[in-house]
Design a binder for this molecule. Sequence first.
Ligand code: SF4
Length: 364
Amino acid sequence: MNLYDLGPAQLEATLGEIVSPSFRVKQIEEWMHVRGVDAFGAMTNVPKDVRAELESRFTLAFPKVLTRTVPASDGSQKYLFRLHDGQRIESVYMPMSDRTSICLSSQAGCAVGCTFCVTGFFGPGRNIVPSEMLGQFYTIQHEKQIPAEQMNVVFMGMGEPLLNLENLVTTLDVLYRNMSPRRVTVSTSGIIPGIDDLARLEKRPNLAVSINAPDRKRREEIMPITAKYPLDELMASLRRFPLEKGRDITIEYVLLAGYNDSKSDAVALAKLIRGLHAKVNAIPFNADPNLPEWMKRPNDTAIDRFVDTLVQHNVRVTVRRSKGRDIAAACGQLRGKEIAKSRATREQPLRKASEPASPTASRR
Ligand code: SF4
């Protein structure tokens, strides 16, 4: 058993059966949840025989880093991790002037199938367990030597976190040992039962919701999950989500040129979220060879027009112009490149000279 798969209370109970006195349990918990060590040998104030006993029963293993991209001009860097069963997941390190965000994956694939997302293109993957989510976090924190008080965590990488709720909540409980829930954000495609479950938590993370179109028809075209969880019901779930003073819901909106980026789209979005404590994060689309060719990033004039229109309608808005753009920071793109490469290698001997080189050409 990996001890990082246990929440704080479970860990204390499990260790309490083996380790005494009780302050030793606290020491071990601190080595894990505060310092994030991945070996019992690192627990230097714990007696050797206790460490050996723990070693014989448990592990503290984290996913292994396969690749780190070269840092982008803004310092952001993407990590590709290998899980114990060979699955691959991505995380992103995003430094900013006053704080640092780490974007974590919650599933090794995604069944939601948003059409603008490479992870969605490659289909479902298994749920990631707490040791694998925390492993992404501690590995990057150690490498970058970031003090906990300067860190934010966002579950905005591969997967739909609210379809892996139990593991997510255990992970959140451990993260809260290092940071306030206000520094943790869970981003969802709009899984209404999951939003309601989050609403019932005593310690709630920030909520971000991927909206991407101001009406049901277009949202259903690019986010098939809308058929199951319609936009009006989703908005109702956001309106009943409890928010403490000073907290907002983030409305994520991927801007696609000529599709959802017009002035009237901005007006419709402002109307849709009116009365909600919300801010909009506009994200210009990141092109990828696996995604539909018609999907393009709007030019700067169109982005400015969209943002200015929201501001004129009293909507607070930020725009993610270049964070990690040159390292393919969008969800699943690095893993997508790896998968495409390995498929291309496998298919090479079978391909005739006249056939397209892209291993995914038939699906596009
Ligand atoms: S955007 Fe998120 S929810 Fe949608 S397919 Fe990609 S990983 Fe899944």
